[in-house]
Design a protein around this ligand. Structure first.
Ligand code: GLN
Ligand code: ZN
Length: 757
């Protein structure tokens, strides 16, 4: 009989009410000491472990906690600090740690990029010129803590060598083998210390196995795990994969470790299991409930799946979520305004753990032992199916009646741009920003007051107008060429539209970590999406009424809204995508109808949703491109469509970007240290483009020469007729004074460079 145990792969760090974020930001503002930060975060971390224990999880992860990001923690553990931070060995202090992530007055931060296909961002390890050494065995530290303080025999987790190195930068591909040789002994030491301290299970994360690895890389993988196996023979090591089925299934299953963790929610793992089986004697860790979505599991269906899976395993079967619960909110218990039909269908991290416990019980002691839970889960499913959320025939008809012409602008770019230039009359190297302007404490507090009914809607609108007015005049003073209204009315670029479109529901505390202390609150898509009323017209035309300079309309694009929402599970994603696009098309038309000549449709999440498996990428990109074009193609020739993207690696998506057919694209660039420019060197791109000229994720104000250098570097590859000058991304998180200073510098740089043409 196979033994069945329950496990978790990682728990959200942020706390039920984002206490973690508050603590970090207080520390950064110097309002609390390092010691106080420690006290606060210890409490959150131990409470998280305690909760998992109370929910009856057998293998509780330790080492999933972080002060910023777990990839950065891995770098720190191995003493990887870029030379510009002047590290000289030994334990790395907290301020250096934060400086690598956020930059400081003397040095720019490390690059930050998306963690696989999620909206979580990690800090890219810089391996150039560093000599790795162990500075601190972090998994061990957290293991000991859980053991001594809570009596929990945790499961240390950390990032495996292949994934860590593949996510790093600063080396050539042919050096991978040498690097593996360098890191193997370090990994061995970490594992040996864990073994000596009495650890029974460890989870080594290797999500890279969801991507297409070469034969050579697979060989290296076998080599490193062989060495590890020999050095730590009795530690139970599980290699954990997630976000996709494993592309080299047999090779990964054959790795010399005790167990393999597979994702049975994303990808086709079950087919692989049926086709190739599972190696004898190995532990199969089955991720059967979704760690990336918030819909309550269909207990009956999941149990049936587990009953099938268990037949392939002759050792222990571990029941667990598909990935770390880092990607879902903490607990639904605080939600008190959601329609009970929907609330009943929700499962955040805490509720997922309950599902794990139920399924484990069902598998151990038989279906009848969880009969009530099965009935309850089925009942809640039916309630949604029969609710009014599900059907909107009109919108379905509208989508089916679309034709090719609805996805294509009347004239090609080369013709459009002439009309647009005539209409807009902008100087060479036009300057603009990406959309949001600083959301001060006052802006946030006023919104809360309005939400709590302390001020009226009219008073709130007035406040928003004042903010717009203030910043139109600031933009005037700075001398920018294309203005924005500032997005003061938006908490978040997706949630805002979620509040205004039909088919969406927003949560109160459904926060998920995006990068550092920054959290987002993805809305829920519960039914067919459609346009109700104009969503951005009021603020945009008010801003336009105050100036002769063009004000850009500002929308979030369809694939970004889709990727940054929790889509109800039985709705096909591409259907929802087109519904969102159609709604946005109506908004675009409304803006244009009110005289707005430039409309920006942001798609920062285009790259993010790209499937890990190469074979699945074209279908996704086509869908994303079509949706964008559906949203933006009905405008007049002289209306200029902009788009914006951030933290992206454009390697495999260049054609898709070109096919969006946006007249102007602005891209975050300086945070990726100019790497992006190479993409434009290798490909010809005829449309207009703004490569961000300074990093906005850091409080650091760039120097004039730095900004000019960034512009000049881009101008070596992109013609000045094509080039726009803008910051990397929205300025929402920045302070007012630093924003004004930085933008003034940017405009000055543009003016000085213009003179040379
Ligand atoms: N227009 C948005 C803003 O400026 C874009 C944000 C983003 O790309 N993430 O805030
Ligand atoms: Zn951006």
């Amino acid at each position: 009989m196979t033994k069945v145990i329950s496990s978790n792969l990682g728990y959200p760090r942020i706390g039920e009410k984002r206490e973690w974020k508050q603590a970090l930001e207080l520390y950064w503002n110097k309002s609390i000491t390092e010691q106080e930060l420690g006290v606060r975060t210890d409490k959150i971390r131990l409470n998280n472990i305690k909760k998992q224990q109370d929910k009856g999880i057998d293998l509780i992860p330790v080492g999933d906690f972080s002060f910023y990001d777990h990839v950065l923690d891995t770098s720190i553990m191995f003493g990887i600090v870029p030379s510009r931070f002047h590290y000289e060995g030994g334990k790395i202090d907290l301020d250096t740690y934060f400086a690598i992530a956020r930059g400081n007055k003397d040095a720019v931060a490390s690059k930050m990029t998306k963690w696989f296909n999620t909206n979580y961002h990690y800090i890219v390890p810089e391996l150039k010129n560093v000599t790795p050494e162990i500075t601190e065995n972090l998994p061990l530290k957290y293991y000991k803590e859980a053991k001594s303080k809570l009596g929990v025999d945790g499961k240390p987790i950390f990032l495996g060598p292949l994934t860590f190195l593949k996510l790093s930068q600063g080396y050539e591909e042919e050096d991978l083998s040498d690097l593996i040789d360098t890191f193997t002994p370090l990994y061995i030491t970490i594992l040996q210390e864990l073994e000596e301290s009495g650890v029974s299970w460890v989870q080594v994360d290797e999500p890279i196995f969801g991507m297409n690895l070469s034969e050579y890389e697979l060989e290296l993988t076998h080599k490193v795990y062989q060495s590890i196996r020999q050095a730590v023979p009795s530690l139970k090591i599980i290699i954990q994969t997630y976000f996709e089925s494993v592309t080299n299934y047999q090779s990964v299953c054959d790795l010399p470790v005790d167990g393999i963790g597979l994702d049975f929610v994303h990808g086709d793992t079950f087919s692989l299991l049926k086709k190739y089986g599972f190696p004898k004697g190995k532990v199969l860790a089955a991720g059967v409930v979704d760690g990336r979505n918030v819909w309550r599991a269909n207990v009956e269906q999941k149990l049936s799946l587990l009953e099938e899976i268990v037949r392939y395993s002759d050792n222990t079967l571990i029941v667990q979520p598909s990935c770390s619960l880092l990607h879902v909110p903490v607990s639904k218990t605080l939600e008190n305004e959601i329609d009970p039909i929907i609330l009943d269908r929700l499962s955040f991290a805490d509720e997922r753990l309950e599902e794990i416990a139920i399924l484990t019980k069902g598998l151990r002691t038989g279906r009848s032992s969880i009969r009530n839970e099965i009935i309850e889960s089925n009942r809640s499913l039916h309630r949604v199916k029969e609710s009014s959320y599900r059907e909107n025939q009109n919108i379905k008809d509208e989508i089916t009646s679309l034709s090719e012409a609805d996805f294509t602008r009347t004239l090609p770019f080369s013709e459009r741009i002439k009309e647009q230039r005539k209409q807009l009359g902008l100087p060479l190297l036009p300057t603009t920003t990406i959309g949001s302007l600083p959301q001060t404490q006052e802006v946030r507090q006023t919104r809360i007051k309005w939400r709590n009914g302390e001020i009226s809607g009219q008073q709130y609108d007035q406040f928003i107008q004042q903010s717009i007015q203030k910043w139109i005049s600031i933009q005037q003073d700075i001398g920018l060429d294309v203005f924005v209204h500032g997005e003061f009315e938006r908490t978040d670029m997706v949630e805002y539209f979620g509040e205004k479109l039909k088919g969406f529901i927003v949560t109160k505390y459904g926060w998920v970590q995006s990068y550092g202390s920054r959290c987002v609150k993805p809305p829920l898509i519960v039914g067919d999406v459609s346009f109700k009323n104009p969503m951005t017209v009021k603020e945009t035309i008010y801003a336009q009424s105050l100036t002769d300079k063009p004000v850009k309309g500002m929308l979030t694009g369809p694939i970004t809204i889709l990727n940054w929402s929790f889509v109800y599970e039985d709705v096909p994603r591409f259907t929802v995508l087109n519904q969102i696009a159609l709604a946005l098309r109506k908004e675009v038309e409304a803006l244009e109808g009110h005289g707005i000549n430039i409309i920006q449709v942001d798609e920062p999440a285009l790259r993010e949703g790209l499937p890990l498996d190469r074979d699945k990428q074209p279908a996704y990109l086509d869908a994303a491109v079509y949706a964008f074009r559906l949203a933006t193609s009905s405008v007049k020739t002289e209306t200029q469509i902009h788009t914006h993207m951030c933290y992206s690696d454009f390697k495999n998506i260049f054609n898709a970007i070109d096919n969006l057919d946006a007249d102007v694209i602005s891209i975050e660039t300086s945070k990726s240290h100019g790497e992006l420019i190479a993409t434009f060197e290798e490909n010809t791109y005829e449309k207009e483009i703004g490569l961000g000229v300074y990093d906005i994720h850091s409080p650091r104000i760039p120097s004039l020469s730095e900004v000019k250098q960034n512009i000049n570097r881009a101008l070596q590859i992109i013609s000045p007729q094509q080039f726009w000058i803008n910051p990397d991304c929205g300025l929402k998180t920045r302070k007012e004074a630093e924003t004004v200073d930085a933008l003034k510098l940017m405009v000055q740089a543009a003016e000085e460079i213009r003179e040379s043409y």
